[in-house]
Design a binder for this molecule. Structure first.
Ligand SMILES: Cc1cc2nc3c(=O)[nH]c(=O)nc-3n(C[C@H](O)[C@H](O)[C@H](O)COP(=O)(O)OP(=O)(O)OC[C@H]3O[C@@H](n4cnc5c(N)ncnc54)[C@H](O)[C@@H]3O)c2cc1C
Length: 229
């Protein structure tokens, strides 16, 4: 990450999750920011519209590397702060992730839980998972209505409303004076680096550079504890 020490004119390509978050941060730092988005303000071209709702580092640890898990843990602490600064309410909860399975999937569930346990040994700051029977599951999530006999609860994980988030970011960016260009696809070659950026060569990001971020996530609540099944 490069610190921009003087106010700059910055173009961001893409108003998905990263484009909007980046624009927010840069606008707050006093930069003049323009965002060019190929699709509409509804984020109909963005993964962030259909995803980015589950904030579940322990659950994700089964399928990703430790560094991404640690970023997910950090992200969980950052989301409430970030949402509190937006101009509209965004649903956020941190009631944990519930993983359930049918009896015939027990072998897969055991493998998954072993992975969770192994990852927790590597990263002890991850929460301990709790094994639940039918009664525990009903306490944690009454909507399941006895349909599952077993599950594990991963405490502390979160969920947010990604579409509310995108709308709240749009509103806040507009207030901060960020210029949002919808239905305006662009390529990095459409932009010329400012003289200052050109002099400093590759120490400064080129205008129009796209940014990406991996995130994590899943649903749920809480109850009594045990170990893996
Ligand atoms: C199925 C699925 C489930 C996921 N689940 C989760 C989850 O539960 N929790 C979680 O945290 N993350 C989840 N993710 C990941 C999350 O969605 C992404 O990490 C995040 O959306 C990436 O942000 P982004 O801004 O890089 O990309 P996007 O959100 O996809 O935004 C990219 C934007 O760039 C625009 N664009 C593309 N090309 C151009 C161009 N040339 N000019 C202008 N605009 C352009 C697109 O139209 C789009 O709006 C999931 C992803 C997928 C696919």
């Amino acid at each position: 990450m490069i610190a921009l020490t003087t106010p700059s004119h910055i173009a961001i390509l893409g108003a998905g999750l990263m484009g909007r978050l980046l624009a927010l941060e840069l606008a707050r730092e006093g930069h003049r920011v323009e965002v060019f988005e190929a699709k509409s303000a509804d984020a109909d071209g963005a993964a962030a519209r259909v995803a980015a709702a589950m904030l579940a580092p322990l659950a994700e640890s089964a399928i990703t590397e430790p560094g991404v898990v640690r970023m997910g843990q950090y992200g969980l602490t950052r989301w409430p702060e970030l949402i509190a600064q937006l101009d509209e309410h965004v649903f956020f909860q941190q009631n944990g992730t519930l993983v359930v399975w049918h009896r015939q999937d027990m072998a897969d569930a055991n493998r998954l839980c072993s992975l969770f346990e192994k990852n927790r040994r590597i990263n002890p700051s991850l929460p301990a998972l709790q094994s639940l029977g039918a009664e525990g599951l009903n306490n944690v999530e009454p909507a399941l209505q006895g349909r599952f006999q077993q599950g594990v609860y991963l405490p502390g994980e979160g969920q947010l409303d990604n579409r509310q988030l995108l709308a709240a970011l749009e509103k806040t960016l507009t207030r901060l004076g960020v210029q949002l260009h919808w239905h305006t696809p662009r390529e990095t070659t459409d932009f010329t680096p400012a003289p200052q950026a050109a002099r400093l060569g590759d120490r400064l990001p080129r205008p129009g550079r796209t940014h990406r971020m991996a995130s994590a996530a899943r649903h749920s609540r809480r109850s009594g504890a045990r170990a893996c099944p």
